[in-house]
Design a protein around this ligand. Structure first.
Ligand SMILES: [Zn+2]
Length: 280
């Protein structure tokens, strides 16, 4: 896809796509990851979680009250100010509830956009991966260690049972994380949702916990489009109910456990406003 920007004919097609209001996301993943400063201007989430960007993002510091950040070499510690507020508030709540020090993994790149590896989403500065690891005291790990350490899984190889490291604090953290109005949904491993369904059947906060593949060593919080960000596209609302019934049961079937087939579906297209944000 890189030759889209070289020969004159591909350039013509790129110009046409821009005119139509769309640019190919995949061609620019590399350019998005190499820009390391936010685009100045009023905060603005543009496009969808899987094809978008952000202006006026802020950076999380390496650590702060109740949290530490992980793998900063990836340069994915930026987010919409709404996400920053959420993370500070969640860390404060976790401290108050004595749940432990939180570890924040990937947020988004400085201007959002597609990443060359690791995620389809995290593009509008409204997604964050939070490790299940809870440090018992308020002391962050040494910075160098945080660059290399891997997140440990809390689900056993059978895909159904949680490890002995899982504690009531983990459930309390998910409950607290989901209760913020700003949160649209949270992706967790089906075995984790199942355990919480058994523990708190019918609890309204369970609705926001959405079973998904992986997410056994971290959970993924997705915020709603901030009010006033007219260019931000949300997603289909979550079905009513706690989601603990047939839908959750499906995740434990043979069909669900088969590896995902690779599809050749075209990559989603970024809104044209993202080109302007990238080159600001
Ligand atoms: Zn994620």
């Amino acid at each position: 896809m890189t030759n889209l920007t070289t020969g004159s004919r591909p350039r013509f097609w790129l110009a046409m796509l821009v005119l139509w209001g769309l640019v190919p996301a995949v061609s620019s993943a590399q350019s998005w990851s190499t820009v390391t400063s936010p685009a100045l201007g009023a905060p603005r989430a543009v496009g969808s979680y899987t094809a978008g960007c952000v202006q006026g993002a802020e950076a999380l510091p390496p650590d702060g009250p109740g949290f530490q950040t992980m793998r900063r070499y990836r340069q994915r510690f930026f987010g919409h100010p709404t996400l920053m507020r959420y993370l500070y508030d969640l860390a404060a709540a976790a401290t108050q509830q004595r749940l432990g020090l939180l570890s924040f993994g990937d947020l988004g790149q400085s201007r959002g956009g597609p990443t060359p590896s690791g995620h389809a989403s995290h593009q509008t500065g409204l997604d964050v991966d939070i490790w299940f690891m809870l440090l018992p005291n308020s002391q962050p790990l040494p910075a160098a260690e945080r660059e290399t350490i891997s997140a440990a899984s809390f689900v056993q190889a059978d895909g159904r049972t949680l490890t002995s490291q899982w504690s009531p604090q983990h459930g309390q953290l998910l409950q607290r994380a989901a209760r913020f109005e700003a949160v649209e949904r949270i992706f967790v491993n089906a075995a984790i949702k199942q355990a919480l369904c058994l523990q708190s059947p019918g609890a309204p906060w369970l609705q926001k916990l959405r079973p998904w593949r992986g997410h056994d060593d971290h959970f993924h919080v997705r915020l709603r489009c901030p009010g006033g960000d007219a260019e931000c596209q949300g997603q289909e609302p979550i079905p009513a109910g706690d989601g603990c019934g047939a839908e959750l049961a499906w995740w434990f079937t043979e069909e669900a456990r088969k590896p995902l087939k690779r599809t050749s579906a075209p990559k989603p297209l970024l809104p044209a406003a993202c080109t302007e944000i990238l080159h600001k």
